[in-house]
Design a protein around this ligand. Structure first.
Ligand code: 6PG
Length: 250
């Protein structure tokens, strides 16, 4: 695994650099494999990135882009808490992506049914011997408690299935969730974490030190043959005394 930490003055600069990374990952994947397979995240942090991508739709080839989600909250797509709904409203409605290239987690049926459906969808894009695609890029966030996607503290560390239904209690957000697991995250080519705000500083330090993956699920994300890039603002990075190898202050 290659890991890279980039610290930015603020969330705006981080989001602009994230948009550049996203566009570059798309160009590289399309040049090499003729398609770009990306998983988006929910929460507040990626919203500015989505706006920036939407404001320059011709900077990448959306017709060859396939969008998935790393996790979803089990609410209807029209609910303001839906991660798909948020991405649709801010990004997907503003770029020329074919409808068939948008692979959302069905959030209306029972979570068990949604899991089976998503496993089937992922299989259609499988990179053998995996039963799911080797994602070109996966976007992830991190909660103050160290959760990522819907992998919450003290959930089982060893994943045995690519998709799980879980219940997670965090900041009054919808608790019933469907999430990809480290089996999928850790087979990606690139994972890009976006982390902002002082409330995450202490946890970020524990995660980057690889402390307790049980307590800090973000520390479970270590793609064997891929690159993890931590994009953080100064507030989130304020507890990091020394930068890890390969880190860069932007
Ligand atoms: C979700 C994501 C979750 C999110 C973190 C960070 O809530 O949809 O699954 O993992 O990325 O909670 O959220 P913020 O970006 O809002 O801090």
């Amino acid at each position: 695994m290659k890991s890279n930490l980039r610290v930015f003055k603020d969330a705006e600069e981080m989001s602009r650099a994230a948009a550049e990374n996203f566009i570059a990952a798309a160009a590289q994947a399309i040049a090499e494999r003729d398609r770009f397979i990306v998983a988006l995240n929910g929460g507040g942090t990626p919203r500015r990135l989505f706006q920036l991508l939407a404001s320059a739709p011709d900077k990448m080839d959306w017709s060859r882009t396939h969008v998935f989600w790393g996790d979803e909250r089990c609410v209807p797509p029209t609910d303001p808490e839906s991660s798909y709904g948020m991405a649709k409203e801010i990004l997907l409605d503003h770029v020329p992506i074919p409808l068939d290239n948008v692979h959302r987690v069905l959030s209306e049926p029972e979570p068990g049914e949604a899991v089976s459906d998503y496993i089937r969808v992922l299989k259609r894009f499988a990179s053998p011997p995996l039963d799911w695609p080797r994602f070109d890029l996966i976007l992830l966030g991190m909660g103050d408690d160290g959760h990522t996607a819907s992998l919450f503290p003290h959930s089982p560390v060893e994943a045995t299935a690519p998709v799980l239904a879980v219940t997670g209690d965090y900041q009054s957000r919808p608790a019933r969730r469907v999430t990809l697991t480290p089996l999928v995250f850790n087979s990606a080519q690139n994972v890009m974490f976006l982390v902002t705000g002082a409330s995450k500083a202490g946890t970020l330090k524990h995660v980057l030190n690889q402390e307790s993956p049980e307590q800090y699920p973000a520390a479970r994300i270590r793609p064997a043959d891929g690159q993890v890039t931590w994009m953080v603002d100064e507030a989130a990075g304020s507890a990091l005394h020394s930068k890890s190898p390969g880190s860069k202050v932007s």
